[in-house]
Write a protein that binds this ligand. Structure first.
Ligand SMILES: [Zn+2]
Length: 421
């Protein structure tokens, strides 16, 4: 086999894959929904396999072409992270859900412009024995190969310390400079939860929270922009991971007058009754066990997508003890009440629709912030609503109305907010 023949084959393979990636309306809709780029500039991951046992496990990912990769480990829980250039993941639907050997499960997705990530949960401390990409050969595609071997915790932690020293600080999402303009309209920041490797909750039928809340936030942005009263900014507009602290930083750098994080909850066991929307504000003491459970689940985003929290700058925690916080808290509570009042007319609410807990994404000390759980993807009736265009337009309308009321009241009361214009 000459290298020219191999090259032709690879080219043909790439061409066929590119064709597949753009074929079919259903697929295009899927791409639009998840924000995955339909772009043959990026390598395509087409399949993934696990082999081996609890002493040694191999993960193989088929790729349309070779690419460079960086592999490193994270502790508590034990994870292996593969950082890659931007990849279009076109893996079978359940890929990564089941484990084998040392691998419990893995997730994948976009973490920044030009960067994708695979996060592998391992059942025990592991050592990365090999991590490389094989060139395509004969009729085999390029293959990413990761070999993990079992090790003990002490060795794992020693390796981790070594890796951390060698590794560049984690890439932060490109910051947009704060818009300083003559435009004095209040800034509303919409924050669709999750994204990229962090899918959020998943319905039994496969719909993902990250896609539902993005669709919702885009519709809400459109609705708000139509009023002409606000500048609307979003923490993400496609399917990518944004660390929680970065979402808070975006709100602060945009000098947001209001921050709304949008989510959809799920119960591990659907009781058939728990359903409806809930509005959460920040509190160190959770209203009840259910609120504490939820905050813990939402705060796990960084663990899920593979960002090591120990190396994240924690500027927000430091400013938490700030006088501004009390005022912010009052405004958050005021908006939460207004929002529930409006939502009541458009949507079904949880039986206790206002709660608070320690959500990390609500911790901007100077931006009134709420987190809205639109409903339960684990409840078939809620899920049907969450997927319905009519419901979405009704609910975005009522949220827009609540925002109008909130700002009108603030101006009328001459609240000492930064944007009492
Ligand atoms: Zn969520």
């Amino acid at each position: 086999m000459t290298s020219r023949a191999t090259g032709c084959l690879a080219l043909l393979c790439g061409f066929v894959l590119a064709g597949l990636a753009t074929a079919g309306a259903a697929e295009r809709a899927q791409v639009a929904r998840t924000g995955a780029p339909a772009d043959d500039r990026f390598p395509v991951a087409t399949d993934a396999r696990l082999g081996g046992d609890s002493a040694r496990t191999r993960l193989v990912i088929d790729l349309s072409r070779t690419l460079p990769l960086t592999a490193f480990t994270l502790a508590d829980p034990y994870r292996v992270v593969l950082d890659l250039p931007q990849v279009t993941f076109s893996l079978p639907p359940k890929a990564g859900e089941g484990g084998r050997g040392l691998v419990k499960a893995f997730r994948y997705g976009l973490v920044m412009q030009g960067g994708s990530r695979v996060v592998i949960d391992t059942s025990a401390p592991v050592r990365i024995d090999k991590a490389f990409v094989l060139d395509p050969i004969d009729n085999q595609p390029a293959r990413l190969v990761l070999d993990l071997v079992a090790t003990d915790r002490d060795s794992f932690m020693r390796n981790l310390a070594l890796e951390t020293r060698q590794r560049r600080p984690p890439e932060t999402v490109q910051r947009e400079p704060a818009r300083r303009s003559d435009d004095s309209r209040p800034v509303v920041v919409l924050d669709p939860g999750h994204g990229g490797p962090d899918t959020g909750t998943i319905a039994a039928s496969g719909e993902m929270e990250k896609a539902m809340v993005l669709d919702f936030a885009l519709a809400l942005r459109e609705r708000l922009e139509k009023t002409g009263k606000y500048r609307v900014h979003m923490t993400r507009t496609d399917d990518r991971f944004i660390p929680l602290a970065e979402r808070v930083r975006i709100a602060r750098s945009q000098e947001a007058a209001l921050f709304i994080s949008i989510h959809a909850d799920a119960l591990a066991r659907n009781d058939g009754e728990t359903r409806g929307a809930t509005v959460y504000t920040l509190s160190e003491d959770a209203t009840d066990a259910e609120a504490a459970r939820l905050a813990e689940a939402e705060n796990r985003a960084d663990v899920i997508a593979g960002v090591d929290l120990s190396v994240e700058p924690n500027e927000v925690a430091d400013i938490l003890i700030d006088l501004a916080q009390r005022e912010t808290k009052n405004f958050s509570a005021q908006f939460a009440r207004t929002l529930v009042g409006e939502l009541k007319t458009a949507a079904r609410l949880h039986k206790k629709p206002i709660k608070s807990a320690g959500f990390r994404v609500l911790k901007a000390p100077d931006v009134p912030s709420v987190l809205v759980e639109l409903g339960y993807v684990s409840n078939p009736k809620d899920l049907k609503l969450l997927m319905s265009e009519a419901w979405r337009s009704r609910v975005t309308e009522s949220i827009a109305q609540a925002i109008n009321t909130y700002f009108t009241t603030r101006v009328a009361g001459q609240a000492p907010g930064r944007r009492a214009n």
